[in-house]
Design a protein around this ligand. Structure first.
Ligand code: ATP
Ligand code: MG
Length: 305
């Protein structure tokens, strides 16, 4: 039977125009292609978990517009359950226009969306008990607090993607979080600008996270690997050495893989290693979603590294 994972949080849509050179002023330009690619931490994590074999649901919000429909369609194609990915009438989704030149340089214009309600009271929290692990990002604080508190009552492990946010957001969500996995900028936004200076200051920052009740406090450091603090002390897992092509979404995919591994009953160190392998393999390929490996590819990689 598949492991049920729920991922809650942000979803975005990139509308990508590959062009020969980036425009330097007004005028008319021709794109060689046109792509619509979904992104966002929780949405990417959901796609990763589904691709790795989870029975995965994405719970989130967007506008009832063409971008919302496109995001739903793409996630469905990846096998994600979108029954609680709600499109709100009159609201508008977050989208970006991305111009990419042949040498890989980008011009991005982001629209953050509007009119999407923060109230999480429509979430079917009675379904949380059917999941084996819950993941949320820090972009929908009310939703994350609601699903994590329901998970705590049901003794289901929760994983937070601690990206950059204001301290109030962390103050609301961290007390309900079991496994808080920050990015480096995210940890800085929680613990202050100096926390990444030394090994000791990173450790102090993670200790501060654990004081709020998190069982595991971690920070992913890109090619430098992952550092975490748990009841047994500090651990460092180096990143797998791979030929890097594109690191887009590495952190998001790490979180989706970690949540699935926990849901399957893997121990923390084993789940970290699994998630690192998934993220490293993703880095060897183009695309935040298109580059996510299959379960068989990950198992083979782990057996040989
Ligand atoms: N160059 C790399 N080589 C191997 N593994 C990598 C590399 N970059 C990232 N990873 C893996 O992915 C994990 C997450 O990456 P990172 O810390 O960059 O996430 P992030 O800062 O949240 O970025 P984003 O969310 O934008 O992908 C790392 O802990 C590591 O295991
Ligand atoms: Mg990240």
């Amino acid at each position: 039977m598949k492991t049920r994972v729920i991922c809650l949080g942000i979803t975005t849509l990139d509308r990508v125009w590959p062009v020969e050179e980036l425009p330097t002023g007004g005028g008319k330009y021709r794109a060689s292609d046109y792509l619509e690619v979904g992104g966002g931490m929780a949405a990417n994590a959901a796609v990763a978990a589904a691709r790795l074999g989870a029975d995965c649901a994405y719970w989130g919000r967007a506008g009832d517009d063409t971008a919302g429909v496109t995001m739903q369609r793409e996630m469905t194609a990846y096998g994600v359950d979108i029954r609680n990915f709600r499109l709100f009438p009159g609201a508008r989704s977050s989208i970006s226009a991305v111009l990419v030149s042949q040498d890989g340089e980008r011009t991005i214009v982001n629209y953050r969306g509007t009119g999407i309600p923060d109230d999480p009271s429509w979430l079917p929290l009675d379904q949380v008990a059917e999941a084996a692990a819950i993941h949320a990002d820090i972009r929908w604080v009310e939703g994350a607090a609601a699903i994590f508190s329901a998970a705590r009552k049901a003794a289901i492990p929760t994983v937070l993607d601690g990206e950059t946010a204001d301290t109030e957001a962390f103050a609301v969500v961290l007390p309900w979080t079991d496994h808080a996995i920050f990015s480096e900028p995210g940890l800085r936004s929680f613990a202050g600008p100096d926390c990444l200076q030394h090994e000791a200051s990173r450790r102090d920052a993670l200790a501060k996270v654990r004081e709020l009740g998190c069982r595991v406090a971690a920070v992913t450091c890109g090619s430098k690997g992952t550092l975490w603090l748990d009841e047994q002390g500090f651990h460092h897992l180096p990143a797998f050495a791979v030929k890097v092509v594109d690191t887009t979404g590495a952190g998001d995919v790490f979180h989706g893989a970690y949540a699935l591994a926990l849901g399957e009953g893997q121990k923390v160190a084993q789940a970290m290693r699994f998630a690192s392998a998934v993220a490293a393999l993703k880095c060897t390929r183009q695309g935040g979603r298109a580059g996510i490996p299959t379960r068989a590819e990950v198992e083979e990689f782990l057996a040989t590294h």
